[in-house]
Design a protein around this ligand. Structure first.
Ligand code: NAD
Length: 334
């Protein structure tokens, strides 16, 4: 069976080729993004495997269907980039990797917090230049401070547990069932406004849905504790990027760590170092000394990559056997 992986890089090819030893599918690795213009590359491929910044909208799905595609196997947990209603109309199942390593993403969020708080990128650049001074590197103890976890699913729970280990008071906000392990560690579930008002560090771990789009906008930033830190390893669209600039300029936002950015498509996962950055908002954000941006790398550990490849190919095998698993439906996008 032919399967095409869009937006693939050498590391995808390495891990999927290894995992495919158990399946023997005909894998085609394609660097191009999936969009209406590149669907032609999937002609004759029963299975299409997009990545997070590929556009899997109705027009793309219709073209893929006409070209013989019968399954979309996402190699991600998030599915906000897929028109699930259109897929359902066309009878194309969408399967995903619901959990690969929640630790990978949670640990990266913690890494951003530590790097921001203790100014690690600046400190390293400084010592490399022979400057061993400490001015401008003053941080704060995480111990005794309050962290707000927005979304306590698989990743948010791991993150909350790690932060409790630092001796932080944990506030959580999630419309779903509270996580027992966080409650056992003394976490308190509170309304979003309370979390924003009381947290020294706010970390986003909820999915991007119509209801969470721009969850953190100018009004939400104004409700945060003055000088607090915001970390987003969820999805770019959770935060209104434009609103961040004003909040950083006037000190309302003290530190910002982004692993995702709402306009990251076409920028993240690519080397633009020889080109002028065309995105003015991102360019401005990168100028702040109290902002760290990583290019959607929170998932990127050996363990997570292996799990992604194995689960994705396992999803294809289950679908082929008539016992589909890890499917997402239009109702999940409400
Ligand atoms: P999950 O489904 O286990 O948990 C998501 C949680 O968010 C659920 O408990 C849900 O009830 C909650 N939620 C929904 N709406 C909410 C709202 N309005 N406010 C607060 N909470 C809300 O998902 P997960 O595996 O923990 O992943 C979370 C998100 O992390 C994914 O949707 C994905 O977008 C993102 N992610 C990012 C990376 C990365 O590399 N940066 C990798 C994997 C996942």
């Amino acid at each position: 069976m032919r399967m095409i992986l869009f937006s693939s890089r050498q590391y995808d090819s390495d891990t999927f080729t290894e995992a495919n030893a158990a399946h023997g599918y005909e894998l085609h690795f394609q660097e191009s993004h999936l969009d209406a213009d590149t669907t032609v590359l999937a002609q004759g491929c029963e299975v299409v495997c997009p990545f997070v910044n590929d556009h899997v909208d109705a027009a793309v799905l219709e073209r893929l269907h006409a070209g013989g595609t019968r399954l979309i196997a996402l190699r991600s947990a998030g599915f906000n980039h897929v028109d699930l209603a259109a897929a359902e109309r066309l009878g194309i199942p969408i399967v995903r990797v619901p959990a690969y390593s929640p630790h990978a993403v949670a640990e990266h969020a913690v890494g951003l917090i530590l790097a921001l708080n203790r100014r690690l990128p600046r400190a390293v650049a400084r010592t490399r230049e022979g400057d061993f001074s400490l001015h401008g590197l003053l941080g704060f103890d995480l111990h005794g401070k309050t962290v707000g976890v927005i979304g306590t699913g698989m990743i948010g729970r791991v993150f909350g547990r790690i932060m409790a280990g630092f001796g932080m008071r944990v506030l959580a906000h999630d419309p779903g069932t509270p996580a027992d392990d966080l409650l056992a560690l003394g976490a308190r579930y509170v309304p979003l406004d309370t979390l924003l008002a009381e947290s020294d560090v706010v970390s986003l771990h909820c999915p991007l849905l119509p209801s969470t789009y721009h969850l953190i906008d100018g009004a939400a930033l104004a409700k945060m504790k003055r000088g607090a830190m915001l970390v987003n390893t969820g999805r770019g669209g959770l935060v209104e990027a434009n609103a961040l600039i004003g909040a950083l300029k006037d000190g309302q936002l003290g530190n910002l760590g982004l692993d995702v950015y709402e306009e990251e498509g076409g920028i993240f996962f690519e080397d633009h170092s020889n080109l002028p950055l065309q995105d003015d908002v991102l360019a401005r954000l990168l100028m702040f000394p109290n902002v760290i941006v990583t290019a959607h790398q929170a998932f990127f550990t050996r363990e997570a990559m292996n799990e992604i490849a194995q689960t994705t190919l396992g999803n294809v095998a289950a679908w082929q056997a008539g016992t589909p698993r890890n499917a997402v439906r239009a109702a999940d996008q409400a």
